[in-house]
Design a protein around this ligand. Structure first.
Ligand SMILES: Nc1ncnc2c1ncn2[C@@H]1O[C@H](COP(=O)(O)OP(=O)(O)OP(=O)(O)O)[C@@H](O)[C@H]1O
Ligand SMILES: [Mg+2]
Length: 350
């Protein structure tokens, strides 16, 4: 494979599912006997991207946006309806085994380990399956143990592990054969604060030092902000953003967020032009507004005039907040001069 070729590529990649439209329950099943009405779900709707070796890409979107479906096509589990994909120059759904030997995958929803076996034996089985030479295996296991603290878990059957412990083992399992590409589909990293930090550091390290290309699907925007230089946002099967994570923040720098905690529950909040409530929790409200239209001073004096305020803090926009606002149609992404996913920007940088 020529080095200029992207490591992961999707071209007009489409996956449609047809699902039964008939309702649930007895009546639904009876109706389905007579007319099978189908509904088409465009899970992935003609997406394009090119990911270069060594990139760490965040792949985000709301529930049902099509993230897992994309990952499944890139790992060869699903065959696209149309379009194409390649990983390390291999077409995954045509050469699933060949692809599997060169990638690592973690699906947070289900373990790849053997439920009843001690962790050690699962690793041993994977060593055999991937034909990892013994010396290399010991080297890898040493590194993985150091980063993910596996030793105390080695003799435990997988079913007895906590979710966080299992996740550490699953990540290790995905890396035993030292793949050049790693897919992480909602690896519940954020369970235990200490483990989370060490897993993040480890992922950053294999990406930076080992040049491992990583695609991370998550709902945890802190993971994205800390790890992923590039962000792809998927909405309803389509890519709506593909660029640097920082750039998204810069584009919305005018967006300010203020958290106000009131002394009592406030029903109909006094408003300012362009102000919106993004979150409410007890007597706390998170408000965002465009700094060009209103300003923080105006907001604070308005709040202080009408309400008894317990606490107030101003924050820079977080990626999470920006994305939530995009989904809720409160803010629109600026129009781009060129289609996303061309990868041209990444080229310029190199
Ligand atoms: N095997 C399937 N059969 C029918 N529909 C499916 C199938 N797999 C996924 N879908 C549908 O395709 C759409 C995309 O699903 P997908 O699992 O890719 O979303 P996701 O972005 O991973 O969501 P989540 O954040 O909840 O994991 C959804 O509407 C889902 O219901
Ligand atoms: Mg998913």
């Amino acid at each position: 494979m020529a080095s200029s070729e992207p490591t992961i590529k999707a071209e007009n990649l489409v996956k449609h599912f047809t699902v039964d439209k008939s309702g649930r329950g007895f009546l639904g099943s009876m109706k389905a006997l007579f007319h099978r009405r189908k509904r088409l779900v465009k899970a992935v709707d003609a997406i394009n991207f090119a990911i270069r070796q060594g990139e760490f890409v965040g792949y985000v979107g709301e529930n049902g946006a099509g993230k897992s479906t994309t990952i499944k096509m890139l790992t060869g589990i699903l065959v696209p309806t149309s379009g194409s994909a390649s990983v390390n120059g291999i077409i995954p759904y045509e050469n699933r085994k060949e692809n599997a030997a060169k990638i690592g995958v973690v699906f947070g929803q289900r373990t790849q380990l053997w439920w009843d076996l001690p962790v050690r034996e699962s690793f041993e089985m994977l060593r055999v399956i991937f034909r990892v030479p013994a010396t290399e295996f010991h080297y890898s296991m040493g590194r993985l143990d150091k980063a993910l603290d596996l030793e105390p878990l080695m003799e435990m059957p997988v079913r007895k592990l906590s979710l966080g412990q299992r996740m550490r083992c699953d990540i290790a399992a995905a890396l035993i054969h030292r793949p050049k590409v790693l897919f992480l589909d909602e690896p519940a990293i954020g369970l235990d604060v200490l483990a989370k930090e060490s897993i993040r550091n480890f992922l950053a390290e294999i990406n930076r030092e080992g040049g491992t290309t990583i695609i991370l699907t998550t709902h945890d925007m802190n993971d994205i902000e800390q790890l992923c230089e590039r962000l792809i946002i998927l909405d309803d099967g389509k890519i709506i953003y593909d660029d640097e994570t920082e750039l998204l923040k810069k584009k919305f720098l005018n967006e300010k967020e203020v958290m106000v905690e009131f002394h009592e529950n406030v029903e109909n909040l006094q408003s300012l032009p362009g102000l919106s409530i993004t979150r409410e929790e007890g007597n706390k409200k998170w408000l965002t507004f465009d700094n060009n239209v209103s300003n923080t001073g105006e907001l604070i004096s308005l709040m202080a005039k009408h309400y008894k305020i317990k606490d107030l803090s101003v924050r820079e926009p977080s990626v999470e907040n920006i994305i939530r606002n995009i989904y809720d149609n409160r803010i629109a992404l600026p129009k781009h001069d060129e289609p996303y996913g061309s990868g041209s920007k990444m080229e310029e940088k190199k």
